[in-house]
Design a protein around this ligand. Structure first.
Ligand SMILES: Nc1ncnc2c1ncn2[C@@H]1O[C@H](COP(=O)(O)OP(=O)(O)OP(=O)(O)O)[C@@H](O)[C@H]1O
Length: 703
């Protein structure tokens, strides 16, 4: 019997192209082209990549069957394909792909279709003193009546009304009143346990274990005896230096959580790990010290034989089976944006913003409280109430303006030791204002987010001149200049002198209504303009910017000894960029503006590639991609700021209806199967000998 005819393998052609492009990256690495000129060089040498691509296409064509007479050849081909596939499967079953996030870790064998997701959390038994301290702690968030919150909410409501008017949606004038009067009157109904469809299995802590990991940690009753404290090792995409008191404990906890996931979910005992390899997914604007610590833990604690790293946004494009896109990864606590061009991350397009789905949950809770939310005891510091608000967000929030009318919903509130209560409540615009906050991030509680960064773990610095060493990006620096108060005056001036694009005005200082903006002329970028000589005045500006940065952030010596000297000696935008990115101030850039800033960095090098990015935006992660009609809202907002007509910006749907939270992990597993992946493996012996220096030779990007 002839073998069953197989369809084309998904993503194959795209991946071949990427594979070739990545080979080119190694070439760039080998030739030590510096990071700043990397992308320009890459474009200049695009002809070489073209040759590689052409070669791949020729090879593929040569393999194509030409007719009936090729049937035999075709069968042989399939055998080869099958064999290759089996080899890939076998290889993948020995590689564990790990994608750690602020709330969740996705982990699985590269041969698995989907990863396992476990909460990235650990619970510690508290001592009596700790219990006392916790009960005296400040409330975790400000109340909904906070004047700053109410002020931004006003802008948000105004924007919402403009949008409804623009799309000719009728809004009944008494909508709010009807919500308020219903919610004031409604009372809960007690549901006996046997009628509760989703009863929670509270974790039994009567034996008093010292630690509890993952899902079970989340289900510990908050007033349990003994009491437990939840610790999340990663916060806003970085190590959690606020809640941890020692580097050792933090790394130790991550190791325990990883090990727990591997042994209990993948059924691989720790003793077998020396025969496995790991691919670790890292942020695009990674922190080198943290990457080193993680790798060290994977080698020394978990004893993996080989480890490789891949950047989040590149992995997202592999997962989606595309080679170029502007990747917008909105997670629980951080949002990262990067433009990927033919499998390569455009270094200056990288942006990191410390907000995500958690901020929407908190904002939604406040909005509902302003609408007389009937469950008055909501306390988001209790895990079960946080989970309730997350559930309400996931079920009811939407940015589809057609659905915004007064709606009646219900939910079950579950407290340990008591049967569930069923509440009904009404909503109007709250369900849309919540997710719209991504475009008005001043509404989020941003002040303390990065306050403790670098208090436990040092910044990465160059051993020779002790300047900061982490990757930087022009997009991120430009956003700092626009959104961090007190820095902008000097830095913006400097940026103008250096022709660094400041693409759009700050949302909060200007009305950004749809109607108003569509009348505006598109903002121009510095596309294609060569950087002019920096005038002497810029030197003074740089020092002034550094000084104001220090004042604004309260981080003493924000530029660092040698970097400051360098800055005084001559304009070093690079040094300032790094200093900015190492501060503990959260950028409150709206999502739409940050995307434009990121793409502007591509347009600066090649206008047409930049234009293509606007047609290939992809939203991944759980924070926004799962909200109904979010893509449409994002398209409208980006087009609006650019002064373009609706439809000129395209946010692509996630391929094959794949869960957008898994796409990055999926990309990691696809990457393992590419031939080029062989070049990224670091062996444990190399690590012992060379440590993090290996990364300079073993990354497919300039580390
Ligand atoms: N259906 C949904 N609607 C709205 N939000 C959702 C939905 N499903 C998940 N989320 C949100 O997605 C977020 C989790 O996303 P994800 O797992 O990508 O974050 P993470 O990788 O742990 O964090 P980060 O990327 O910030 O480090 C949470 O805020 C969660 O509430």
């Amino acid at each position: 019997m002839p073998p069953a005819k197989k369809g084309p393998k998904p993503f194959d052609s795209g991946l071949k192209r990427i594979d070739n492009k990545l080979k080119f990256t190694s070439f760039v690495q080998a030739n030590a082209i510096n990071q700043k000129n990397y992308y320009t060089e890459y474009l200049k040498r695009d002809d070489q990549a073209m040759i590689l691509r052409q070669l791949a296409e020729d090879l593929a064509r040569a393999k194509e069957p030409k007719g009936m007479e090729d049937a035999k050849h075709n069968e042989d081909e399939m055998d080869v394909d099958d064999k290759e596939e089996q080899e890939e499967e076998a290889y993948g079953s020995k590689v564990i792909v790990i994608h750690p996030g602020s709330r969740n870790i996705r982990i699985g064998l590269a041969s698995d279709t989907y990863p396992t997701t476990i909460p990235n959390v650990i619970a510690y038994k508290m001592s009596p003193t700790e219990v006392e301290q916790t009960s005296n702690a400040d409330p975790p968030s400000k109340p909904a009546s906070d004047p700053d919150f109410l002020q931004v909410k006003k802008q948000l409501s105004q924007e919402f009304k403009e949008r409804m008017r623009f799309y000719k949606r009728r809004v009944a004038s008494n909508s709010h009143d009807s919500v308020l009067s219903y919610n004031k009157r409604t009372t809960p109904e007690a549901i006996p346990d046997h009628n509760d469809p989703n009863r929670i299995e509270w974790t039994d802590v009567s034996t008093g274990p010292n630690i509890i990991v993952g899902e079970r940690a989340l289900n510990i009753p908050p007033l349990s005896n003994p009491r437990y404290r939840l610790l999340w090792p990663i916060k806003y995409g970085y190590f959690n230096e606020t809640d941890y008191k020692s580097t050792r404990q933090l790394i130790g906890d991550l190791s325990i959580i990883f090990e727990h996931a591997i042994s209990s979910e993948l059924n691989i005992p720790k003793k077998d790990l020396p025969s496995y390899s790991a691919i670790l997914v890292i942020s695009d604007l990674y922190d080198k010290v943290q990457v080193t610590e993680l790798l060290d833990m994977l080698f020394r604690e978990l004893q993996f034989s080989k480890v490789g790293i891949i950047q989040e946004s590149v992995a997202a494009t592999f997962g989606a089976g595309i080679s170029s896109a502007c990747v917008v990864d909105v997670g629980a606590q951080k949002t990262s944006i990067s433009c990927i061009d033919e499998g390569l991350c455009v270094v200056d397009s990288r942006v990191n913003l410390p907000y995500g789905g958690d901020d929407i949950t908190l904002t939604l809770a406040k909005l509902l409280q302003l609408s007389q939310f009937p469950y008055k005891d909501l306390n988001l510091s209790y895990q079960y109430d946080w989970a309730l608000m997350e559930e309400i967000k996931s079920k009811f929030s939407t940015t589809n303006d057609a659905e915004i009318t007064v709606q009646l919903y219900n939910f079950y509130q579950r407290t340990p030791g008591r049967s569930a209560r069923k509440y009904s409540f009404k909503t109007f615009d709250e369900v849309m204002l919540g997710p719209m906050s991504y475009f008005f991030p001043d509404i989020f509680e941003n002040e303390n987010k990065l306050k403790h960064r670098h208090t436990l773990f040092d910044r990465s610095s160059d051993i020779y001149d002790s300047t900061y060493n982490d990757p930087y990006s022009e997009a991120q620096t430009s956003l700092y200049a626009q959104y961090v108060p007190s820095v902008d005056a000097n830095l913006t001036q400097l940026q103008h002198q250096q022709q660094i694009s400041v693409s759009t005005p700050r949302a909060s200082t200007k009305s950004n209504s749809l109607a108003h903006l569509q009348d505006e002329t598109p903002t121009s970028s510095a596309a294609g303009t060569p950087a002019p000589e920096v005038p002497p005045a810029a030197t003074a500006n740089l020092s002034a910017a550094a000084a104001s940065l220090t004042a604004a952030t309260g981080v003493a010596g924000a530029l660092g000894g040698n970097a400051a000297t360098r800055a005084a000696a001559g304009p070093s935008f690079q040094a300032l960029s790094l200093a900015l990115m190492n501060t503990r101030v959260a950028i409150q850039a709206p999502l739409d503006q940050a995307i434009i800033e990121s793409i502007t960095q591509v347009s600066k090098v090649d206008e047409s590639r930049g234009k293509r990015m606007y047609e290939n935006i992809i939203v991944v992660g759980g924070g926004a991609a799962n909200i109904p009609a979010f893509n449409r809202l994002l398209e409208d907002r980006v087009a609006m700021w650019k002064g373009w007509s609706t439809g000129s910006v395209t946010v692509m749907p996630t391929p094959r209806d794949m869960d957008p939270t898994l796409l990055v992990w999926k990309g990691g597993s696809v990457f393992v199967k590419l031939k080029i992946a062989n070049e990224v493996w670091i062996g444990s012996r190399d690590w012992d000998l060379l440590g993090s220096r290996c990364l300079q030779y073993k990354c497919l990007f300039l580390y």
